[in-house]
Ligand binder design. Structure first.
Ligand code: F6P
Length: 343
């Protein structure tokens, strides 16, 4: 078989571990591995793909990013783009394609599979908000970066008696914010699922000061909507999938300015941004990327197109891609309330 592998959307630590797992499984069965470059860009236009031998997958387990490159090119937004993908799949003589990505990448993969293309998926997004699966590649590495940052910010916040606003990634959901905030001992976490008003934030900070806590660490997810806190014009910038470029909204900056103005407490902001996606994957990400990567090849071998491995209750299970992309998995109130015990 000729097995194509593609990584789409935002990169995340652990992608190379997944690529390696798919490739090594395929190569050991005598298949040919074809790397599709830069996500769906590699299957649109002229296409861009290359046969890769075993040496290409050596030494990449611990590497961040993706050796295949990625992009947010969206064939669904391109006139005839999906048909182009089908044509390029045939032109590349791919008997199978493993698409590693989040909801955007997997939506395209799912559509292709519905057109009888031989496509399976692998769950990846540091946002960790795909439905059906408990885990997506890249989440643990992102959380570990947030946790380390909070540890470091604690000592400087305490020394200067400041409010520290820490903006983390999280487009529609607050998994990274709430999990990183819990692990790093945040004094307040603001996420899209349970937004707070500025008055509530200020009241919380005043209460902490009154109780003798003279510094506070606030973790805010970049996708949070708060009245008066984000700039509408910056929110207008969008990527190829039509999503607002949240790094340009400046939620953290804007929230910090409002807090300082309202409370008079010296406030600083740290935007963790793409540091959350870069660098080496944690052991946890490497292991899950390997497990779902090997399982994805299992689906290829069984020709179970339209399916993908997911993580449920600590095991790998198999689900339909269409179910995984049907909706977003949001932070449950129980987890947010648990974090709130420490606010
Ligand atoms: O989709 C994952 C994600 O990391 C989001 O949390 C974030 O908003 C976005 O990617 C940033 O994307 P880009 O790298 O294209 O700026």
């Amino acid at each position: 078989m000729r097995v194509g592998v593609l990584t789409g959307g935002g990169d995340a630590a652990g992608l190379n571990a997944a690529i390696r797992a798919v490739a090594r499984s395929a190569l050991s069965e005598g298949d040919t591995v074809v790397g599709v470059r830069n996500g769906w860009a590699g299957l649109t236009g002229e296409g861009d793909h290359v046969e890769m031998d075993r040496s290409a997958f050596s030494g990449i387990l611990q590497l961040g990013g993706t050796i295949l490159g990625s992009s947010r090119v969206n064939p669904m937004k391109r006139e005839g783009g999906l048909e182009e993908c089908l044509r390029n799949l045939r032109a590349a003589r791919l008997d199978a394609l493993v698409a590693i990505g989040g909801d955007d990448t997997l939506s395209v993969a799912s559509w292709l599979a519905q057109q009888c293309a031989p496509v399976v998926g692998v769950p990846k997004t540091m946002d960790n908000d795909l439905s059906v699966t408990d885990y997506c590649i890249g989440f643990d590495s992102a959380v570990s970066i947030v946790t380390e940052a909070l540890d470091r910010l604690h000592t400087t916040a305490a020394s200067h008696h400041r409010v520290m606003v820490v903006e983390v990634m999280g487009r529609d959901t607050g998994w990274v914010a709430v999990t990183g905030g819990l692990a790093g001992g945040a004094d307040l976490i603001i996420i899209p699922e349970f937004p707070l008003t500025l008055d509530q934030v200020v009241a919380h900070l005043d209460r902490r000061r009154a109780q003798g806590s003279d510094f506070s660490i606030i973790v805010v997810a970049e996708g949070v909507q708060m009245d008066g806190v984000t700039s509408a014009e910056a929110a207008a910038a969008t990527d190829a999938f039509g999503h607002a470029q949240l790094s340009k909204r400046g939620v953290g900056e804007s929230l910090a300015a409002m807090i300082e103005q309202r409370t008079g407490h010296e406030t600083r902001v740290t935007v963790l941004g793409h540091t959350q996606r870069g660098g080496s994957p944690t052991a946890y990400d490497r292991v899950w990327a390997t497990r779902v990567g090997v399982a994805a090849y299992g689906l290829v071998a069984e020709r179970r197109w339209g399916m993908m491995p997911v993580v449920r209750g600590g095991s790998v299970e198999i689900a339909a891609m269409s179910d995984v992309v049907a909706e977003q998995r949001r932070v449950p109130i129980e987890l947010y309330e648990l974090a709130g015990v420490f606010f």
